[in-house]
Design a protein around this ligand. Structure first.
Ligand SMILES: Nc1ncnc2c1ncn2[C@@H]1O[C@H](COP(=O)(O)OP(=O)(O)OP(=O)(O)O)[C@@H](O)[C@H]1O
Ligand SMILES: [Mg+2]
Length: 549
């Protein structure tokens, strides 16, 4: 099926069409329609495309609306594999939705980029992009050209970013109180957000892992490990200055608590070298056999003595340990943990300051590390290894948060991880903005003021941008159950009086948000990324679908 393409008409085309009058333009020879794509290809053009994309993006954003802020509710995600999860984390919701619409997919990519680069603020960013598209859709329906809207959005985003950059307050790694506010703002609405102990714990964890490297100060949430403690409650969550392993403890006498112990890390089996070629040993007498066995035994004794000579109290190995060597080390009151993976060795090396040696022959006391507190616990064996090994009170820059609570521990970890990312960004970037919608309102106020100086239609785009920014405090208020219109009007009025630290508080009232702090980069990146995504959708005036939908 072929039709003539009329760019002025908004229409869905099937198959491929090319202008019949091109021939006329090119000298009066009409070469007729030419097919360049498959018959089932669908081409949607003009304003219809923009409106369809906008509608899809808005619909996606509306899924996240109810989750925003400390009083946002969770979503239950029932996946195709039968798994059920409850979460309010924007990144997780977007990740688990099987989106096929191109407009909605762009918003999913926006959320992913915010999550990857910042680690928090996904919901706000996607909502802002949805609001920008919603406002743009209204202007386009009234006859404003999409490029005019884009120009207005770009101007407004510049104003918003420069206002917020000026408004940002400084923060350093020593500002414990401020950092705790950043952590608790990010935790708001999550299971770990209810208790200030978690924010304090996250700041402590980050401070412990922050250290100087050749490339400058490193403060990275990746250096904080998480593990779950199923048989406890969320209140039992604690920070270990070291690590937690679920590893078989080979002997009962290796359990219990030991203080200030030296560890050695060996990256091989602790046993005699295996003979891999076929070998025949001819023994003439029973004495020869006894001598042969004795040599074998002595070699094992030598290996054990070599290890004991280092003065190590805990021997960790990535491989297997010969039974007689294990026994000899146990008799000497040493602890042996074996079959560790390389990552575990690296982590303990970082925590204790030990050096990993590739063979026990190379061991020396200089390679030992120090652990302040060792705790080994043997549990009744099941199919899984239940024994627990704790290394605590280590001096190195790696820590573990043990999260309690059988139900929802994963969601707690996710919330804590986001908060760690936000707080580490606050430490490395050193600048903060106030949350609760106050920064968005401030930016909106300045965008409106700036738009009043603009005499052309770009002004409409700027005003639309300001309204989109106001959607954040609107949703925060709505999710608290208060009337969002009243909240917004009150906020506009206080902002006009120059009260910048006023926003939507946790109970929905309009008041001081002095202690609601977010890394400035999270808001700025969110605003810029949402603007870019909205603009790239608005630039699109034709969708060519090879799938025919
Ligand atoms: N105690 C609080 N009072 C008022 N507003 C708060 C409070 N805590 C957090 N907020 C606000 O809630 C918003 C963040 O909510 P939320 O964490 O649900 O979404 P997000 O950070 O944008 O996305 P996500 O966490 O899903 O990546 C921010 O605007 C923040 O300022
Ligand atoms: Mg958040």
């Amino acid at each position: 099926m072929c039709e003539i393409y009329n760019p002025t008409r908004s229409k869905v085309h099937q198959g491929v069409l090319v202008r019949a009058d091109w021939g006329e333009v090119m000298g009066g020879v009409d070469s007729g329609p030419v097919t360049i794509v498959r018959q089932e290809t669908n081409i949607t053009s003009g304003i219809e495309v923009t409106q369809k994309l906008i509608h899809a993006a808005k619909t996606l954003a509306s899924i996240l609306r109810g989750t925003l802020g400390p009083r946002g509710l969770d979503k239950g995600l029932y996946k195709s594999n039968g798994e059920f999860a409850v979460t309010s984390d924007g990144a997780r919701i977007l990740n688990d939705l099987l989106i096929k619409n191109p407009g909605a997919k762009l918003l999913v990519s926006l959320g992913k980029s915010q999550e990857e680069i910042i680690g928090d603020g996904v919901t706000s960013t996607v909502l802002l992009a949805g609001a920008l598209l919603d406002e743009a859709g209204r202007l386009i329906r009234k006859g404003v050209h999409p490029l005019t809207v884009i120009d207005g959005y770009l101007r407004a985003a510049d104003v918003a970013v420069s206002v917020l950059e000026k408004e940002a307050i400084e923060c350093s790694i020593d500002d414990d109180e401020m950092l705790q506010h950043v952590a608790s703002t990010s935790l708001g609405g999550r299971s770990a957000g209810s208790d200030t102990k978690f924010a304090t714990m996250l700041v402590d964890a980050l401070k412990q892992v922050t250290h100087e490297t050749e490339n400058g100060t490193r403060c990275d949430a990746e250096d904080i490990l998480f593990d779950k403690l199923e048989d406890s409650t969320i209140g039992d969550t604690r920070l270990l200055s070291g690590m937690f392993w679920r590893k078989r403890i080979p002997m009962e006498q290796m359990t219990g608590i030991r203080k200030n112990v030296k560890v050695t890390l060996i990256n091989c089996d602790i046993k005699q070298r295996e003979i891999i070629r076929d070998l025949e040993i001819e023994l003439q007498s029973a004495e020869d056999l006894a001598e042969f066995m004795q040599i074998q035994k002595q070699t094992n004794v030598d290996i054990a003595e070599k290890i004991l000579a280092t003065g190590a109290d805990i021997i960790c190995s990535s491989g297997d340990v010969e039974r007689s060597i294990l026994h000899q080390l146990a008799v000497a009151n040493k602890v042996v943990i074996h079959d560790l993976d390389h990552k575990q060795l690296i982590h303990l090396a970082q925590a204790s300051g030990a050096t990993i040696v590739d063979h026990f022959n190379d061991l020396s006391d200089k390679d030992l590390g120090l652990v302040g507190h060792y705790e080994g616990e043997r549990w009744a064996a099941t199919d899984e290894v239940q024994d627990r090994v704790i290394f605590d009170e280590c001096k190195g820059p790696i820590v573990t948060i043990l999260v309690g609570g059988a139900m929802g521990a994963e969601e707690t970890i996710r919330g804590m991880y986001d908060a760690l990312r936000a707080t580490s960004l606050a430490i490395t970037d050193g600048s903060l903005l106030h949350g609760g919608g106050s920064s968005h309102m401030l930016a909106a106020k300045f965008v409106i003021m700036e738009s009043e100086k603009v005499a052309d239609r770009t002004r409409l785009g700027m005003e639309a941008f300001a309204r989109a920014l106001e959607m954040i405090p609107w949703m925060l208020a709505a999710n608290c159950g208060v009337n969002p219109l009243d909240a917004l009007l009150e906020l506009r009025s206080v902002k006009s009086e120059g009260k910048n630290l006023i926003g939507v508080r946790e109970d929905g009232s309009i008041g001081s948000v002095k202690n609601i702090l977010e890394p400035a980069e999270s808001l700025l990146h969110g605003i810029m990324a949402a603007t870019e995504t909205a603009n790239s959708l608005l630039r699109c005036d034709q969708v060519i679908s090879a799938r025919g939908d």
